[in-house]
Design a protein around this ligand. Structure first.
Ligand SMILES: Cc1cc2nc3c(=O)[nH]c(=O)nc-3n(C[C@H](O)[C@H](O)[C@H](O)COP(=O)(O)OP(=O)(O)OC[C@H]3O[C@@H](n4cnc5c(N)ncnc54)[C@H](O)[C@@H]3O)c2cc1C
Length: 257
């Protein structure tokens, strides 16, 4: 089976985000594999081990994304592809990412594509479904179990805490939800082997695309942090006085009544 994983690097969840001039400061920040993409890598390896074939991890990113790709190779993926947009594009959105991925997959034999359910930074949850639409593949989001028998695929899907069971066929795109599996940590031999595994680097030129083809369809106008949480206030005195004061505060100060 030809299995592909879409992988995005995101801020480390421990990282304290700072915003300056309407943009997120990422100088010196630690980056990780988007946690939902770790489920995708783990599932891809499991399915490959059960059915044969190979796992290729693909990212649209910059030079630094190599680190996350090498981690996926150390977990057990076979090959990695970095589509490096650093030189050609200053901005991008989901449209940009999906157009680039569509061009990448144009000449590929694909059985299964696994993506994360959502990226924990920008969280649009669009890349997987939009790519499937462009490729003409069936897709199922937020999966928590995947069984493949020949070309038939049975899937359990998380629907707000309930489970939906679906049957579909390959080629297929799925997006992975927490609970699908327990992603493994890369072992030391895995890390050593990963250094020698193939990592292909492409630019949009190599995919017969130019800047205009992938120009973002959305523009970020502003980014700001939520206001600091105010300290709570404890009301004192008779209960009836406290109730009157509370109502007055909600009405006159907070203006929610
Ligand atoms: C040239 C360029 C410049 C960009 N500049 C910025 C920027 O300045 N600031 C900023 O915050 N973002 C930037 N991005 C990121 C871009 O906005 C997002 O990657 C894109 O909109 C996806 O949306 P999302 O993060 O909400 O992903 P979601 O749709 O929530 O992601 C779901 C899943 O899709 C897959 N996926 C998402 N993104 C990628 C990817 N890049 N490669 C492979 N698989 C992926 C993963 O499996 C992920 O789990 C840039 C992208 C490009 C191409």
């Amino acid at each position: 089976m030809n299995i592909y994983v879409l992988l995005k690097k995101t801020f480390d969840t421990e990282e304290k985000i700072t915003v300056s001039g309407g943009a997120i400061e990422d100088d010196g920040a630690e980056f990780i594999i988007n946690p939902y993409d770790e489920y995708a890598v783990e599932e891809a390896i499991t399915q490959r081990d059960a059915h044969g074939g190979e796992v290729t991890v693909v990212t649209v990113g910059d030079e630094d994304s190599e680190k996350q790709l090498r981690t996926a190779l150390a977990m057990g993926a076979d090959k990695a592809v970095l589509i490096n947009t650093e030189e050609d594009l200053e901005e991008g959105d989901s449209f940009t990412t999906v157009k680039i991925l569509e061009a990448f997959f144009e000449d590929k034999e694909v059985d299964l594509i696994l993506a994360g359910n959502v990226a924990i930074d920008e969280a649009s949850g669009q890349v997987g479904p939009r790519l499937a639409e462009l490729l003409g593949f069936p897709y199922v989001t937020t999966i928590t179990n995947l069984e493949i028998q020949d070309k038939t695929v049975t899937i359990e899907k998380d629907v707000e805490g309930d489970v939906e069971i679906l049957e579909t066929s390959l080629p297929l795109l799925v997006t992975c939800q927490q609970g699908l599996n327990e992603p493994r940590y890369p072992s030391l031999p895995g890390i050593m082997k990963a250094k020698k595994k193939p990592l292909e680097e492409l630019e949009i030129d190599d995919l017969d695309l130019d800047e205009d083809d992938v120009e973002a369809k959305t523009k970020t106008i502003d980014i700001y942090l939520p206001p600091e949480k105010e300290a709570g206030r404890v009301l004192e005195g008779e209960i009836s006085d406290q109730v009157n004061e509370l109502v007055s505060l909600l009405k006159n100060e907070k203006k929610v009544l």
